[in-house]
Design a binder for this molecule. Structure first.
Ligand SMILES: [Zn+2]
Length: 338
Protein backbone atom coordinates (compact mmCIF):
# COMPACT_ATOMS: atom_id res chain seq x y z
CA UNK A 1 0.00 0.00 0.00
CA UNK A 2 0.94 3.67 -0.23
CA UNK A 3 1.71 5.61 2.93
CA UNK A 4 3.34 8.85 3.96
CA UNK A 5 6.48 7.78 5.78
CA UNK A 6 8.58 9.79 8.20
CA UNK A 7 12.16 8.51 8.18
CA UNK A 8 13.84 11.59 9.69
CA UNK A 9 12.68 14.71 11.53
CA UNK A 10 12.52 18.05 9.76
CA UNK A 11 10.55 20.42 7.52
CA UNK A 12 7.40 19.26 5.64
CA UNK A 13 9.50 17.77 2.78
CA UNK A 14 10.57 14.87 5.01
CA UNK A 15 7.07 13.42 4.57
CA UNK A 16 7.61 10.84 1.83
CA UNK A 17 4.77 9.24 -0.13
CA UNK A 18 5.90 5.69 -0.87
CA UNK A 19 5.14 1.97 -0.92
CA UNK A 20 5.18 0.04 2.34
CA UNK A 21 4.10 -3.50 3.19
CA UNK A 22 0.35 -4.01 3.68
CA UNK A 23 -0.44 -4.16 7.40
CA UNK A 24 -1.81 -7.43 8.79
CA UNK A 25 -4.20 -7.43 11.77
CA UNK A 26 -3.20 -9.49 14.79
CA UNK A 27 -5.69 -11.11 17.18
CA UNK A 28 -8.05 -8.43 18.52
CA UNK A 29 -7.28 -5.98 15.72
CA UNK A 30 -9.07 -4.73 12.62
CA UNK A 31 -7.74 -3.72 9.23
CA UNK A 32 -9.36 -0.51 8.02
CA UNK A 33 -9.25 1.10 4.58
CA UNK A 34 -8.64 4.76 5.35
CA UNK A 35 -11.30 7.06 3.89
CA UNK A 36 -9.83 10.19 5.47
CA UNK A 37 -7.23 11.11 8.08
CA UNK A 38 -7.05 14.34 10.07
CA UNK A 39 -3.99 16.56 10.19
CA UNK A 40 -3.20 17.75 13.72
CA UNK A 41 -0.74 20.02 15.44
CA UNK A 42 0.73 16.97 17.18
CA UNK A 43 1.72 15.62 13.74
CA UNK A 44 3.86 18.72 13.30
CA UNK A 45 5.45 18.26 16.74
CA UNK A 46 6.33 14.66 15.81
CA UNK A 47 7.53 15.55 12.30
CA UNK A 48 9.89 18.22 13.66
CA UNK A 49 11.19 15.95 16.42
CA UNK A 50 9.72 17.89 19.34
CA UNK A 51 7.95 14.65 20.25
CA UNK A 52 10.18 11.68 19.45
CA UNK A 53 8.79 8.43 18.07
CA UNK A 54 10.27 5.21 16.70
CA UNK A 55 11.33 5.79 13.06
CA UNK A 56 10.33 5.04 10.36
CA UNK A 57 6.87 6.23 11.33
CA UNK A 58 3.46 6.92 9.81
CA UNK A 59 1.63 9.93 11.29
CA UNK A 60 -2.12 10.34 11.67
CA UNK A 61 -4.08 10.29 14.95
CA UNK A 62 -7.55 10.79 13.37
CA UNK A 63 -8.90 8.08 11.10
CA UNK A 64 -12.25 7.04 9.64
CA UNK A 65 -12.79 4.34 7.05
CA UNK A 66 -14.20 0.92 6.17
CA UNK A 67 -13.34 -2.38 7.79
CA UNK A 68 -11.41 -4.61 5.35
CA UNK A 69 -10.91 -7.56 7.67
CA UNK A 70 -11.61 -8.19 11.31
CA UNK A 71 -10.53 -10.67 13.97
CA UNK A 72 -13.53 -9.92 16.22
CA UNK A 73 -17.15 -10.99 15.72
CA UNK A 74 -18.81 -7.60 16.24
CA UNK A 75 -17.04 -5.92 13.31
CA UNK A 76 -17.48 -7.09 9.72
CA UNK A 77 -16.01 -6.29 6.34
CA UNK A 78 -17.58 -3.10 5.00
CA UNK A 79 -18.51 -1.64 8.40
CA UNK A 80 -17.94 2.11 8.48
CA UNK A 81 -15.94 3.11 11.55
CA UNK A 82 -14.11 5.95 13.19
CA UNK A 83 -11.10 5.03 15.31
CA UNK A 84 -10.51 6.39 18.80
CA UNK A 85 -6.75 7.04 18.86
CA UNK A 86 -5.86 5.83 22.36
CA UNK A 87 -5.86 2.35 23.87
CA UNK A 88 -5.18 2.51 27.61
CA UNK A 89 -3.54 -0.51 29.29
CA UNK A 90 -6.40 -1.21 31.70
CA UNK A 91 -3.99 -2.31 34.46
CA UNK A 92 -2.18 0.77 35.81
CA UNK A 93 -3.31 2.84 38.81
CA UNK A 94 -4.81 5.48 36.49
CA UNK A 95 -6.79 2.98 34.42
CA UNK A 96 -7.95 1.12 37.53
CA UNK A 97 -9.32 4.38 38.94
CA UNK A 98 -11.09 5.19 35.67
CA UNK A 99 -8.67 7.92 34.60
CA UNK A 100 -7.85 6.36 31.24
CA UNK A 101 -6.58 9.63 29.78
CA UNK A 102 -3.66 9.50 32.26
CA UNK A 103 -2.53 5.96 31.35
CA UNK A 104 1.23 5.96 30.85
CA UNK A 105 1.23 2.66 28.93
CA UNK A 106 -1.46 3.65 26.43
CA UNK A 107 -0.87 3.14 22.74
CA UNK A 108 -1.86 5.94 20.36
CA UNK A 109 -2.43 5.89 16.62
CA UNK A 110 0.07 8.02 14.76
CA UNK A 111 2.36 8.11 17.79
CA UNK A 112 3.23 4.75 19.40
CA UNK A 113 1.54 2.91 16.50
CA UNK A 114 1.47 3.73 12.81
CA UNK A 115 -1.35 6.13 12.03
CA UNK A 116 -3.73 7.14 9.28
CA UNK A 117 -1.48 8.83 6.70
CA UNK A 118 -1.84 5.63 4.66
CA UNK A 119 -4.23 3.66 2.48
CA UNK A 120 -4.82 1.15 5.27
CA UNK A 121 -4.36 0.97 9.02
CA UNK A 122 -4.40 -1.75 11.66
CA UNK A 123 -5.95 -0.75 14.99
CA UNK A 124 -7.22 -2.41 18.16
CA UNK A 125 -10.80 -3.52 17.42
CA UNK A 126 -11.95 -2.06 20.75
CA UNK A 127 -11.22 1.43 19.40
CA UNK A 128 -13.26 1.06 16.18
CA UNK A 129 -16.62 2.76 16.66
CA UNK A 130 -19.32 1.89 14.08
CA UNK A 131 -20.97 4.85 12.35
CA UNK A 132 -24.56 5.08 11.10
CA UNK A 133 -24.95 4.91 7.32
CA UNK A 134 -25.98 8.51 6.80
CA UNK A 135 -22.87 10.26 8.11
CA UNK A 136 -19.80 11.31 6.15
CA UNK A 137 -16.52 9.50 6.78
CA UNK A 138 -14.63 12.73 6.03
CA UNK A 139 -16.50 14.55 8.77
CA UNK A 140 -16.03 11.60 11.12
CA UNK A 141 -12.26 11.76 10.55
CA UNK A 142 -12.33 15.37 11.75
CA UNK A 143 -13.73 14.41 15.15
CA UNK A 144 -11.37 12.37 17.34
CA UNK A 145 -8.57 14.70 18.44
CA UNK A 146 -10.34 18.05 18.12
CA UNK A 147 -13.72 17.17 19.59
CA UNK A 148 -12.33 14.87 22.31
CA UNK A 149 -9.94 17.62 23.39
CA UNK A 150 -12.60 20.34 23.37
CA UNK A 151 -15.10 18.11 25.18
CA UNK A 152 -12.62 17.07 27.85
CA UNK A 153 -11.53 20.67 28.47
CA UNK A 154 -14.93 22.33 28.48
CA UNK A 155 -17.48 19.74 29.60
CA UNK A 156 -15.41 17.54 31.91
CA UNK A 157 -12.67 19.81 33.26
CA UNK A 158 -14.28 23.27 33.26
CA UNK A 159 -17.92 22.13 33.73
CA UNK A 160 -19.22 24.60 31.13
CA UNK A 161 -22.97 25.09 31.31
CA UNK A 162 -25.85 27.47 30.60
CA UNK A 163 -25.24 31.14 31.29
CA UNK A 164 -21.45 30.87 31.25
CA UNK A 165 -19.04 32.77 29.01
CA UNK A 166 -16.28 30.89 27.20
CA UNK A 167 -13.34 32.52 25.42
CA UNK A 168 -11.92 30.32 22.67
CA UNK A 169 -8.35 31.34 21.81
CA UNK A 170 -7.45 30.04 18.35
CA UNK A 171 -11.08 30.09 17.27
CA UNK A 172 -10.19 29.10 13.69
CA UNK A 173 -8.30 25.93 14.63
CA UNK A 174 -9.90 22.49 14.57
CA UNK A 175 -10.07 22.45 18.37
CA UNK A 176 -11.35 26.04 18.36
CA UNK A 177 -14.27 25.23 16.07
CA UNK A 178 -15.08 22.08 18.07
CA UNK A 179 -14.94 24.07 21.31
CA UNK A 180 -17.23 26.76 19.92
CA UNK A 181 -19.85 24.18 18.96
CA UNK A 182 -19.58 22.19 22.20
CA UNK A 183 -19.77 25.31 24.39
CA UNK A 184 -22.86 26.51 22.52
CA UNK A 185 -24.47 23.09 22.78
CA UNK A 186 -23.83 23.25 26.55
CA UNK A 187 -25.74 26.51 26.74
CA UNK A 188 -22.75 28.82 27.13
CA UNK A 189 -21.96 31.97 25.14
CA UNK A 190 -18.76 32.00 23.11
CA UNK A 191 -16.24 34.69 22.28
CA UNK A 192 -13.94 33.42 19.53
CA UNK A 193 -10.50 34.93 18.83
CA UNK A 194 -9.24 34.88 15.23
CA UNK A 195 -6.24 36.45 13.50
CA UNK A 196 -7.49 37.24 9.97
CA UNK A 197 -10.34 39.30 8.54
CA UNK A 198 -11.66 36.44 6.39
CA UNK A 199 -11.93 34.19 9.44
CA UNK A 200 -14.32 36.49 11.32
CA UNK A 201 -17.45 35.54 9.39
CA UNK A 202 -16.52 31.86 9.45
CA UNK A 203 -16.19 31.99 13.24
CA UNK A 204 -19.70 33.45 13.50
CA UNK A 205 -20.97 30.73 11.17
CA UNK A 206 -19.29 28.11 13.39
CA UNK A 207 -21.48 29.36 16.23
CA UNK A 208 -19.57 32.09 18.06
CA UNK A 209 -21.68 34.81 19.71
CA UNK A 210 -18.86 37.35 19.39
CA UNK A 211 -15.68 37.28 17.33
CA UNK A 212 -12.57 39.34 18.09
CA UNK A 213 -9.90 39.82 15.45
CA UNK A 214 -6.75 40.04 17.60
CA UNK A 215 -4.90 41.86 14.80
CA UNK A 216 -7.45 44.68 14.80
CA UNK A 217 -8.68 44.94 18.39
CA UNK A 218 -7.46 44.46 21.94
CA UNK A 219 -8.87 41.12 23.06
CA UNK A 220 -8.95 41.95 26.79
CA UNK A 221 -10.81 45.20 26.17
CA UNK A 222 -13.35 43.49 23.89
CA UNK A 223 -13.90 40.61 26.31
CA UNK A 224 -14.50 42.93 29.26
CA UNK A 225 -16.82 45.10 27.19
CA UNK A 226 -18.83 42.07 26.02
CA UNK A 227 -19.14 40.54 29.51
CA UNK A 228 -20.07 43.75 31.32
CA UNK A 229 -16.61 44.09 32.85
CA UNK A 230 -16.68 40.64 34.49
CA UNK A 231 -14.55 38.58 32.16
CA UNK A 232 -15.24 35.03 30.99
CA UNK A 233 -15.85 31.97 33.16
CA UNK A 234 -13.62 29.78 31.01
CA UNK A 235 -10.69 30.45 28.70
CA UNK A 236 -9.67 27.65 26.34
CA UNK A 237 -5.99 28.42 25.78
CA UNK A 238 -3.80 26.88 23.10
CA UNK A 239 -1.50 29.71 21.97
CA UNK A 240 0.98 29.57 24.86
CA UNK A 241 3.50 32.39 25.34
CA UNK A 242 2.04 35.29 23.33
CA UNK A 243 -1.48 35.24 24.78
CA UNK A 244 -0.93 33.93 28.31
CA UNK A 245 -1.13 37.17 30.28
CA UNK A 246 -4.11 38.39 28.27
CA UNK A 247 -5.86 35.06 28.83
CA UNK A 248 -5.60 35.60 32.59
CA UNK A 249 -6.78 39.19 32.27
CA UNK A 250 -9.87 37.96 30.42
CA UNK A 251 -10.73 35.50 33.20
CA UNK A 252 -13.54 36.32 35.66
CA UNK A 253 -13.13 35.75 39.40
CA UNK A 254 -13.56 32.01 40.04
CA UNK A 255 -12.83 31.35 36.38
CA UNK A 256 -10.95 28.44 34.84
CA UNK A 257 -8.15 28.63 32.32
CA UNK A 258 -7.86 25.31 30.48
CA UNK A 259 -4.65 24.78 28.55
CA UNK A 260 -4.73 22.34 25.63
CA UNK A 261 -1.82 23.54 23.52
CA UNK A 262 1.19 25.79 23.11
CA UNK A 263 1.12 26.55 19.41
CA UNK A 264 3.17 29.75 19.60
CA UNK A 265 5.55 29.04 22.50
CA UNK A 266 5.60 27.01 25.70
CA UNK A 267 7.24 29.28 28.29
CA UNK A 268 4.97 31.58 30.32
CA UNK A 269 5.16 33.65 33.47
CA UNK A 270 2.47 35.44 35.43
CA UNK A 271 1.68 37.27 38.63
CA UNK A 272 0.19 34.78 41.10
CA UNK A 273 -1.28 37.43 43.40
CA UNK A 274 -4.42 38.41 41.41
CA UNK A 275 -4.73 34.75 40.45
CA UNK A 276 -5.14 33.41 43.99
CA UNK A 277 -7.06 36.41 45.22
CA UNK A 278 -9.63 35.77 42.51
CA UNK A 279 -9.88 32.03 43.32
CA UNK A 280 -9.01 31.11 39.75
CA UNK A 281 -7.87 27.76 38.37
CA UNK A 282 -5.50 26.61 35.65
CA UNK A 283 -5.99 23.10 34.29
CA UNK A 284 -3.91 21.15 31.82
CA UNK A 285 -5.99 19.01 29.49
CA UNK A 286 -5.84 16.93 26.31
CA UNK A 287 -7.62 14.21 24.36
CA UNK A 288 -10.29 12.74 26.63
CA UNK A 289 -11.45 9.16 26.98
CA UNK A 290 -13.24 6.85 24.58
CA UNK A 291 -16.31 7.13 26.81
CA UNK A 292 -16.40 10.88 26.19
CA UNK A 293 -15.84 10.29 22.49
CA UNK A 294 -18.89 8.02 22.31
CA UNK A 295 -21.04 10.94 23.41
CA UNK A 296 -19.49 13.10 20.69
CA UNK A 297 -20.25 10.41 18.09
CA UNK A 298 -23.82 10.23 19.34
CA UNK A 299 -24.28 14.00 18.93
CA UNK A 300 -22.53 13.91 15.55
CA UNK A 301 -24.74 11.04 14.36
CA UNK A 302 -27.82 13.10 15.25
CA UNK A 303 -26.53 16.17 13.43
CA UNK A 304 -25.92 18.21 16.58
CA UNK A 305 -22.17 18.51 16.03
CA UNK A 306 -20.85 19.13 12.50
CA UNK A 307 -17.11 19.64 12.00
CA UNK A 308 -15.99 22.38 9.64
CA UNK A 309 -13.69 20.96 6.96
CA UNK A 310 -11.08 23.47 5.80
CA UNK A 311 -9.51 21.58 2.91
CA UNK A 312 -9.06 17.99 1.78
CA UNK A 313 -5.61 17.15 0.41
CA UNK A 314 -4.62 14.05 -1.49
CA UNK A 315 -2.50 11.79 0.73
CA UNK A 316 0.54 12.32 -1.48
CA UNK A 317 0.34 16.06 -0.73
CA UNK A 318 0.73 15.62 3.03
CA UNK A 319 3.63 18.07 3.12
CA UNK A 320 1.41 20.75 1.53
CA UNK A 321 -1.20 20.07 4.19
CA UNK A 322 1.42 20.55 6.92
CA UNK A 323 2.55 23.83 5.37
CA UNK A 324 -1.03 25.13 5.39
CA UNK A 325 -1.50 24.19 9.05
CA UNK A 326 1.80 25.73 10.14
CA UNK A 327 1.12 28.94 8.22
CA UNK A 328 -2.28 29.26 9.95
CA UNK A 329 -4.02 29.53 6.57
CA UNK A 330 -6.81 27.18 7.60
CA UNK A 331 -10.21 27.50 9.24
CA UNK A 332 -11.34 24.21 10.72
CA UNK A 333 -10.01 20.78 9.89
CA UNK A 334 -7.44 19.81 7.28
CA UNK A 335 -7.90 16.25 5.99
CA UNK A 336 -5.87 13.82 3.89
CA UNK A 337 -7.56 11.39 1.53
CA UNK A 338 -5.78 8.38 0.04
ZN1 LIG B 1 -3.18 2.24 32.12
Amino acid sequence: MKAVVLERYGSPEVLEYKDVADPVPAEGEVLVRVAAAGVNRVDVWIRTGKYQVKLPHVLGVDVAGEVVSSTVPHLRKGDRVVLFPDTPCGRCRYCLTGRFQLCRNASRLGSTRWGGYAEQIVAPASTAIPLPSGVSLEEAAALPVNYSTAWRALVTDAAVGPGMWVLVVGGSSGVGVAATQIARLSGASVISVVGDNWKEEKAYKAGADFVVNRKKKDVVEEVLKTTGGEGVDVVLEMAGTPFWEKALQCLAPGGTLVVVGATAGDQVSFNVRPFFRKYQRIIGSGVGTQGEFLRIIDLFSHGKLRPVIDKVFSLKDASEAHRRLEAGEHFGKILLKP
